[in-house]
Design a protein around this ligand. Sequence first.
Ligand code: SF4
Length: 484
Amino acid sequence: MPELLLCNHQESFAVSQLMRLFYGDSIRVEEQKLSVGSDDLKGFSLVEDLPDSARSGRQVIVKTRLGSFYLQRVVAAELKKREIGRQLYAAFVYETGISYPWGALTGIRPTVIASEYLNQGMPLHEVAEILTDEWYVSDRKATLCAETAQTEQRILKTIPDDSFLMYVGIPFCPGRCSYCSFITRDAPARADLLDAYVDAIIRETELFAGKNHLPVSSLYIGGGTPTSLSAEQLDRLLEGLFKHIRFLPAAEKTIEAGRPDTINRDKLKLLKKAGLTRICINPQTFHDKSLIRIGRHHTVEDVFTAYQSAREIGFQHINMDLIAGLPGETVQDVRASVEQALKLEPESLTVHTLTLKRSAGLFDAERPDESGLPLRPDVGQMLDETHVQLTRSGYKPYYLYRQKRSAGGFENVGYARPGYESIYNVGMMSDRRSVIGIGSGSASKNACNRAVDRLTNPREIKTYLERYEELAIRKRQLFQLTEA
Ligand code: SF4
């Protein structure tokens, strides 16, 4: 049975995340001992710890059947977790013969380390080399990572330090996609809640903002699908919100209109009139059969219609999302979807890797073994080809993240034509700008301190509706606002 004994550190969470990638989900943690699987699985086994005197000044981080693993370099205390992960990754590769394109960069923000090297003045090609040599990242992903980190840094500089990003969560959709793991509610079935929810959002914003007139550089209304609200509800929401927000000049204002079946010309007109600058219309795939398979109640034709209407009504920044790895889709299918998206010429395009969590309807069908291995061996090829198609067409990667437990450790990448990068996406992912989160499940972060302080609203809508006033007050404390 693969079994590890941790020595001289408490990083069992980080180590268990890494073990999951190689051995699947059923990790057992008992104090400093981690184990997984059954006795007949070959792998690491527990070895007695050495007395301090036997360590010769080197720090043992994990004992295994194959020997001890040491922190091989002197690292600051805050870097210890990272170094443990780096070395353990190499140990697991040696033991299992499995490796991943992102190597030891197993966190949700793989560009963090590349950014640190860039900040030290290291040239791009050297950053990519270090990622390959020391972090075991594949050549392609190392280049992607270094280039994206460089763009992220450039965009981040354009966001004033003391400005806020604002997220408003509308957790309703017109039915649930089979891969979805968000807490979203079926809007038609919960029509009774929608008005109360809109009222709560406006009131939470008012109570939080008070007379402080906080400068907002970017607003993101996400979900769910905010355009699940009726035109009247959207109108009321935007008017109520905007009364309490002080937008900086040229602030970015995004709304997710992800499901084309929630969009009509009346709604688009009022969104435009209210001043929204960026709209997301998400095909996910340009194949009707796949849309049926994943439970989205719209057709490819609906995407074209919604897109065309948004253009006619004057939206100059349309973002589209696609997903690589949908059930039944081949590399050729994904290539065709990207070609189709490119014909529409959206200003930005985000390519996601299908990630299934237990709460997703598709999980049982697609993940019978619960392993961390890729759902599909061809997902890597899909992402590589997509990258080539988009970069050849003038799009550049500008932000990059992974979802927890993403299958195969693959990434989600935001691409944009120069000048159309979303500052919300970059700022939020950086942890270096403060975020005000309004609505159920939204997270607020105060990034003014070196350590980021956070507050998350309850995900359950009923609990949120009962508590939003108290949460607004707590959020004021988070941001140390005094004047009400
Ligand atoms: S549109 Fe997005 S949030 Fe809504 S059900 Fe589908 S995946 Fe979930």
